[in-house]
Design a protein around this ligand. Structure first.
Ligand SMILES: [Zn+2]
Length: 167
């Protein structure tokens, strides 16, 4: 049985990336870097949204070997919130769509949920809520954590082990 492939597209359709199989995690991050990085992308001319209404950044996080750009990769431009920042946010320069981010030392990429269409895995958790600034109450549909929870690290460790064993 083939793995489900989800397509992430920039607003104009030039840049297309695909995530293969189930993501490591589907989560919203409220850390200050994710909020600031997202706001900076959204401030680019004509940029579509990358953040949720409450400022959170919702991601489908995939292993590096389960995510790739299938067209328009040459249009991707890296944005960093500072010169020394370890995270590159990749923006489709054709239409200023934030596509995904890459944390340098990590083996995963986090792609913006808002770039996808169709049937998506449900959000599993909201993280780093201590930096959430919205006036509205946080949704209680899934667990919220003030920092990064152990269950997130457990998912990353499991994914890393599976990757090492070629699973
Ligand atoms: Zn585009």
């Amino acid at each position: 049985m083939g793995k489900i492939i989800r397509l992430a597209s920039c607003a104009c359709g030039t840049v297309q990336c695909e995530g293969v199989g189930a993501p490591i995690v589907s989560a919203v991050c409220y850390c200050s870097d994710c909020q600031e990085g997202g706001r900076k992308i959204e401030a680019l001319p004509g940029a579509p949204r990358v953040l949720e209404a409450d400022g959170g950044a919702s991601y489908l996080t995939y292993r590096d070997d389960r995510f790739r750009c299938v067209s328009g990769a040459e249009m991707l431009v890296a944005h960093r919130i500072s010169d020394r920042a370890p995270t590159r946010r990749m923006v489709a320069s054709c239409c200023n769509s934030g596509m995904f981010l890459k944390f340098e030392p990590g083996f995963w990429i986090s792609s913006y949920r808002l770039r996808y269409s169709g049937d998506l895995p449900p959000i599993e958790m909201r993280n780093q809520t201590r930096s959430r600034r919205a006036e509205t109450a946080i949704s209680s549909d899934v667990p919220s954590f003030s920092r990064f929870p152990m269950r997130l690290f457990a998912k990353l460790i499991r994914a890393r082990i599976e990757m090492l064993f070629g699973l």
